[in-house]
Design a binder for this molecule. Structure first.
Ligand code: HEC
Ligand code: HEC
Length: 448
């Protein structure tokens, strides 16, 4: 009898707890929906729903490079095609690197290490973390950059002007700057072609990363028919060129959306996709945190530039780039030459932050907790950034420990799509090893 009572009592408690949990959850969902509707530029939370990778019509695109399934597929292969690396600075690197060397799918399309290594790297590890300098190289020959790679996931939502300084692209923030294209930043002369940033940047990117497409190579690697299907309107002289490759790469990159993140599922009506902690964190994000005043796009990126005074990469690692490096550290000012743009950097997406523990353009923070702490205190860490440049929106928040923990949970889990490797091909038509094909990487990736 006594036992039974206890059992009844326990099940009653469970029932009540369960009910109050459901009640909490419903109230939370309701409150969060209200806040997001209020904060949405369109007045509706549907603004924040990212387009599905295969819904080409819904993805943001360049009118001069309309998305087609053929282009996207071709680009998905070429992004990882080590066979395109035919203009290395050292013969040891021949056909051993790709875009994927620094944008590794298993590391959320980041390098897996603080600084990516394209040509001149050796080895891969599990997700790029153990790629090191090839012993046959001197530093000057290596393809490394003095800034942390941006996340290419969700790049469609900030593709009008790409790179941390937004230098590429002739529309968006660069629309009124045509007289300075190529002036302070030589490569930006390409903006005169009139494409969005992404399409423009990848033309230069192929050169920077020592890749080249020719008709002979397309034939050899088995891509000719795919170029024909993707670019039937391009004259044959241009059809198997770096321009066509850039357009295909851009088409593919635009489809990399993090639609399976819990917050995305919640927005689409699956209320159980996020924990209560993540939901409370989302409230902090849109409310007291004011994070969305700068992280404005559906991907929480923006083609806007702010100085929040973080440290640069050159303070931290040895590979240097000479004068180009110093220019990167000036942010937007390195492109425009304007005093008012100095030390301002593009607002990055906040999805899939977990792939590599390196945050901000100089990788000066190694955990999401540290990033939240930085925004909460709002004390610039880089003494070289003049106080007058620091964004007025970057100010102390005074969040409680609980709110900071909730915000961290939202960023860490709510915005993490755990399935992004689905966006990479499983094999290349050429049969080449990818994303790297140096002897050590080949063994580690399992190509031989
Ligand atoms: C050596 C490593 C490395 C390789 C190889 C590499 N990238 Fe990157 N990528 C970077 C870095 C670093 C940045 C940020 C550079 C900057 O902003 O100045 C970046 C930025 C980008 C961006 C900008 C995203 C945005 O939001 O503005 C795109 C797109 C991109 N890379 C695509 C590519 C493509 C396509 C290739 C192959 C042609 C490639 N990358 C090869 C390191 C690399
Ligand atoms: C003043 C505008 C502004 C506000 C407000 C703001 N951010 Fe940012 N955020 C940026 C910029 C700009 C960067 C890139 C700075 C850099 O690396 O130089 C950034 C970077 C980040 C990063 C690093 C992403 C990466 O890939 O390295 C995270 C995470 C982040 N912000 C989260 C937040 C959160 C959470 C809030 C609210 C508490 C917030 N931000 C508020 C402008 C802002």
């Amino acid at each position: 009898m006594k036992n039974l009572n206890i059992l009844t009592l326990i099940s009653l408690c469970v029932l009540v707890a369960c009910q109050s949990d459901t009640f909490d959850r419903e109230q939370l969902d309701f409150d969060l929906m209200n806040i997001i509707n209020r904060e949405s530029p369109t007045g509706s939370l549907s603004y924040f729903i990212l387009a599905q990778s295969n819904d080409l019509a819904a993805l943001p695109q360049d009118p001069k490079n309309p998305l087609t399934p053929e282009k996207v597929e071709l680009g998905s292969f070429l992004f990882f095609e080590t066979g395109m690396g035919i203009v290395p600075k050292n013969e040891n690197g021949m056909q051993s690197y790709s875009c994927g060397s620094c944008h590794v799918p298993a590391a959320d399309f980041k390098p897996g290490r603080r600084q990516g290594i394209g040509e001149g790297g050796f080895g891969f590890g599990y997700k790029g973390e153990s790629r090191v300098k090839h012993s046959a190289y001197v530093e000057e020959q290596m393809d490394v950059q003095g800034i942390r790679p941006l996340n290419v996931l969700n790049v469609a939502y900030s593709a009008e002007n790409t790179l941390w300084n937004g230098s590429f692209g002739s529309t968006g923030a660069n629309a009124d700057l045509s007289d300075i294209y190529g002036v302070f930043d030589e490569a930006t002369v390409l903006n005169h072609r009139g494409f969005h940033g992404l399409e423009t940047q990848n033309i230069e990117g192929l050169k920077v990363h020592r890749m080249l497409m020719t008709k002979a190579l397309a034939d050899e690697l088995g891509y000719t028919a795919r170029f024909d299907a993707a670019f039937p309107d391009l004259p044959v002289e241009e059809r198997y060129s770096n321009i066509a490759v850039s357009l295909a790469l851009s088409a593919y990159l635009r489809t990399l959306t993090t639609t399976e993140a819990p917050f995305q599922k919640w927005l689409k009506g699956d209320m159980a996709a996020m924990s209560n902690e993540e939901k409370r964190g989302a409230m902090v994000f849109f409310n007291e945190g004011n994070c969305n005043t700068c992280h404005t796009s559906p991907a929480f990126s923006a083609v806007k530039f702010f100085a929040i005074g973080v440290n640069n990469l050159d303070d931290l690692v040895s590979f240097k780039e000479g004068p180009e490096l110093a220019k990167k550290n000036l942010g937007r000012g390195g492109f425009t030459g304007r005093e008012s743009d100095m030390f301002k950097f593009k607002v990055p997406t906040l999805y899939n932050l977990q792939g590599t523990p390196f945050y901000f353009h100089g990788a000066s923070k190694q955990s999401i907790e540290e990033v939240v702490e930085y925004f909460d205190k709002a004390i610039p860490e880089n003494p070289n950034v003049p106080a007058a440049q620091i964004a007025s929106e970057f100010r102390p928040l005074g969040l409680s420990e609980q709110k900071k923990a909730d915000l961290v949970a939202f960023l860490k889990y709510g915005l993490q799509d755990p399935t992004v490797t689905r966006l990479a091909p499983s094999a290349l038509p050429s049969g080449n090893c990818f994303p790297n094909a140096d002897p050590l990487s080949k063994r580690e990736i399992g190509c031989e």
